[in-house]
Design a protein around this ligand. Structure first.
Ligand SMILES: [Zn+2]
Length: 113
């Protein structure tokens, strides 16, 4: 093995370790903030299980579900259904985005007003 290979291997190892660390130790979020076109329209604590219909300004909807600290979109009337097919999220920085509705559900540590 050449010296360059070893350095590359070491760097890759460190990066991999970092990614694993972030994935496993990223803290769970406290709130789910719902943005419509960049504006906060709702915020829900993750410690309360709810199913809530979010209505967009142009008459569409996304049904948000919080269960056991995890957030998912149960149902939506958007074309691509990407938000519905997104796996449940629970950690800070995770998000579920519905592009056709300009809705993004972002998990944060604290409530955004
Ligand atoms: Zn959608």
């Amino acid at each position: 093995m050449k010296k360059g290979d070893f350095v590359l291997l070491a760097v890759t190892g460190v990066l991999l370790g970092l990614v694993i660390f972030i994935v496993f130790f990223k803290p769970n979020a406290g709130f789910a903030t719902v943005y419509e076109d960049g504006t906060v329209i709702a915020s829900f604590p993750l410690n309360t299980d709810i199913t809530e219909k979010i209505e967009t300004q142009d008459g569409h909807y996304n049904i948000l579900k919080i269960s056991g600290g995890e957030v998912s979109v149960l149902e939506a009337d958007c074309k691509n259904q990407i938000c519905v097919n997104t796996r449940p999220v629970k950690r800070i920085g995770d998000s579920i985005i519905c592009l056709p509705h300009k809705i993004s559900i972002v998990l944060e540590k604290d409530r955004k007003e």
